[in-house]
Design a protein around this ligand. Structure first.
Ligand code: SAM
Length: 254
């Protein structure tokens, strides 16, 4: 089993492994040959450093200087400082920072929720990829967020998330703080930017719901949860329960 999917002995890392196992499994399927990887909004390098440790070159573009400093430290500690480059900027300035059409794989994880204009961001990302290159897109999934808010007693927030366009009066432009996507919306946005969707996976279907004590105390529970997450990730009926949706899409120019 790859190191990226093995559950840690440390309790704090067990839930993290369950949350990211599905994404890593998908990434492994596209990171077969040495690749030029661009991690947009890569933050402190949680994905970037591990991708570099698999032998790929990674450029992280992020507007936060603090995040990039933490990325530098993490890359040093991980022994991959020579394969990780940091560039301060955001997705709107991406093509001023990196050459267009060069990336084999772009990661855009947890970023589309906060950018000014998701459609424009995907259009820019498409232009950063080589023809036939792959986008790994991870976004917050709206239906699960509605359930989570309601379960916590935040009924007003749940209602806003239920139909964000009606609340803001701006079709397609819900408030930035509340932006979540359904899988259909993501696939439509990708098609609009010239991407062909290859795979859609539900991420964190159960991982956010399981009590921490269970993962800490029950032998084998963390590994069993990883396997359960992987088993349901490709089943459409579980997609609305997933905290996040992950999509692999190919730049249609290829
Ligand atoms: C939720 S974090 C995700 C970090 C990382 N991708 C991950 O999955 O762990 C969102 C990141 O997006 C960055 N960000 C915010 N606005 C951005 C923008 N307009 N363009 C690119 N990155 C942005 C933030 O600085 C932050 O590091």
């Amino acid at each position: 089993m790859p190191a990226s999917e093995r559950t840690s002995d440390r309790p704090s890392e067990r839930r993290g492994a369950a949350r990211t196992a599905v994404v890593w499994e998908a990434l492994r399927s596209v990171l077969t040959d040495p690749a030029e990887v661009l991690d947009i909004g890569g933050g402190t390098g949680g994905f970037a450093v591990r991708v570099a440790q698999l032998g790929h070159r990674v450029t992280v573009v992020d507007p936060s200087p603090d995040a990039l400093a933490a990325l530098g430290r993490r890359a040093d500690e991980g022994g991959v400082a020579d394969r990780v480059e940091a560039a301060q900027g955001d997705v709107s300035s991406l093509l001023d920072l990196v050459p267009p059409g060069r990336a084999d794989v772009v990661l855009c994880h947890g970023v589309l929720e906060v950018v000014e204009d998701p459609a424009a961001a995907l259009d820019t990302i498409a232009r950063s990829l080589r023809p036939g290159g792959t986008l790994s897109l991870l976004v917050a999934q709206r239906h699960a967020a509605v359930v989570a808010r309601a379960m916590a007693g935040h009924f007003g927030q749940a209602l806003t998330l239920l139909d964000p366009e009606a609340q803001t009066g701006q079709p397609g432009q819900p408030s930035r703080a509340g932006r979540r996507f359904t899988s259909d919306e993501v696939v439509d946005l990708l098609a609009g930017a010239g991407f062909e969707t290859r795979a859609v996976h539900g991420v964190r279907v159960f991982a956010d719901l399981v009590p921490g004590a269970l993962l800490e105390l029950e032998p084998g529970a963390a590994q069993a949860l990883v396997e359960l997450e992987q088993a349901v990730s490709g089943r459409p009926e579980y997609l609305p329960l997933a905290t996040q949706v992950h999509v692999l899409a190919t730049s249609a120019a290829g």
